[in-house]
Design a protein around this ligand. Structure first.
Ligand code: ADP
Ligand code: VHF
Length: 396
């Protein structure tokens, strides 16, 4: 039995397109209904839907989190499948490659998907809320606070938030494209006790499971357990996107945030949620970064680059100092104050990421000048750091 699974009271479950579609390419309504039954069963206190069971103690080390009341279970579902579900109704034979057709398919499929979950969970007296997120919603600080508030309120009201990427508006540049990492970020956002990744394969294998001789990996404690694993792309179904690459990446993000991960197939979801040793279990990494800096490192896409001279690299990386204009040699990108930027060394390698205090257009006039000189010439507002140490996370 897996103690961390049994103890979890707030979980994020992610289900992939490959688990929700028929061989012919439509939405597999039976599988959506079956998943709704399993999730409702877990929410009711057991995994069979048979009714409440005795509450397990809260997870060890969870004291700093806002834990759900001991008698209450909370679930956020991250469901893919909008694009796949839209194919058959639009007469599309396979997953389209171009963004516009994918967006059209998602627009049709998302409604069908939510409609089915809504009906499936209503049979158990559960209400669902649709939450469509873009990368910005989980990366930019003001937005992720907003996303957090919405999810928190839905949970407080006893609803099941069902999250997907907002495919109809997301463009290629700002797209997650797979829901695995989105699920890990949502798990971090709501401070989940556990992330469950459900796919069409029952576990992570040492290589492509279609090949003979590959074996199931039961536990991943750290990178050493992944050293000899051939982590491949999508499987036979061809409707998923990231394959194991994005699932392992999602597991890295979640476990780095102190959240353990179970990876298994949708058909083994009842066993996985009951704490049985199916699938692959990724143990959480002990140290837990502050939420904001974790976000900066994992979830933000930098809008520009600040090139640092060696003295500035030593100050920022070695001595954990704020970045001042004097140590910057060049600036790339179009950003405004408050945006994330990468701090790069003379070789162009990113050494840190931080939130910049100036617009890109302002910076060239400040480079190489001391803060006191700038304050004297331009006024006290120019005495501020380019990136404050509290808004910096090291990448090395
Ligand atoms: N080492 C591996 N272990 C398990 N599955 C793997 C591995 N490498 C590649 N895969 C493939 O990854 C697929 C799951 O990814 P994907 O199709 O994106 O699923 P989903 O739609 O559930 O996100 C599996 O069907 C499997 O063929
Ligand atoms: N947002 C997309 C998810 C993309 C996708 O296929 O993800 P996944 O099946 O989890 O690899 C959709 O709903 O179709």
């Amino acid at each position: 039995m897996r103690e961390a699974v049994n103890a979890a009271r707030r979980i994020v479950v992610k289900v992939g397109s490959s688990s929700l579609t028929t061989a012919a390419g439509g939405l597999d309504t039976e599988r959506v209904d079956a998943l709704a039954d399993v999730l409702a069963g877990w929410l009711a206190g057991g995994t069979t839907g048979a009714g409440p069971t005795e509450a397990a103690p809260p997870p060890a080390g969870s004291g700093r989190r806002r834990a759900a009341p001991a008698d209450r279970r909370e679930l956020v579902l991250v469901s893919s499948g909008a694009i796949a579900a839209g194919l058959a109704p639009l007469g599309l034979p396979r997953r389209p490659r171009d963004l516009a057709t994918q967006q059209a398919a998602a627009s049709v499929g998302q409604g069908l998907l939510i409609g089915r979950y809504s009906a499936g969970l209503a049979r158990h007296g559960r209400t669902v809320g649709q939450v469509l997120l873009t990368v910005d919603d989980v990366t930019r600080r003001a937005h992720y606070r907003n996303a957090y508030r919405t999810l928190r309120k839905l949970l407080d009201l006893g609803a099941v938030p069902i999250v997907n990427e907002n495919d109809t508006v997301a463009t290629d540049e700002i797209r997650f494209g797979d829901n695995d990492r989105l699920a890990a970020l949502v798990a971090a956002l709501v401070h989940a006790d556990l992330l469950v990744l459900l796919s069409d394969v029952d576990a992570l294998y040492t290589g492509d499971p279609a090949r003979p001789g590959t074996v199931r990996i039961e536990d991943v404690h750290d990178e050493r357990d992944l050293a000899h694993v051939a982590i491949g792309r999508t499987g036979r179904a061809g409707v998923g996107t990231g394959g194991m690459v994005t699932k392992v990446e999602a597991a890295r993000i979640a476990t780095g945030f102190g959240i353990p991960v179970v990876l298994t197939s949708a058909s083994l979801a009842p066993e996985a949620l009951a704490g049985m040793e199916v699938g692959t279990f990724f143990h959480r990494v002990r140290q837990r970064p502050t939420a904001r800096l974790f976000w900066l490192a994992h979830a933000t896409s930098p809008r520009g680059r600040l090139h640092l001279d060696p003295g500035a690299v030593a100050a920022v990386v070695g001595r954990r100092k704020s970045l001042l204009p004097a140590g910057i040699t060049a600036v790339d990108g179009t950003f405004t104050a408050g945006d994330p930027v990468d701090l790069v060394d003379a070789a162009g390698a990113a050494v840190a990421r931080g939130l910049v205090n100036y617009d890109a257009v302002e910076l060239p006039g400040l480079l190489g000048r001391s803060t006191s000189e700038l304050a004297a010439a331009l006024g006290p507002a120019y005495e501020r750091e380019v990136v404050h140490r509290d808004d910096l996370v090291l990448l090395v």
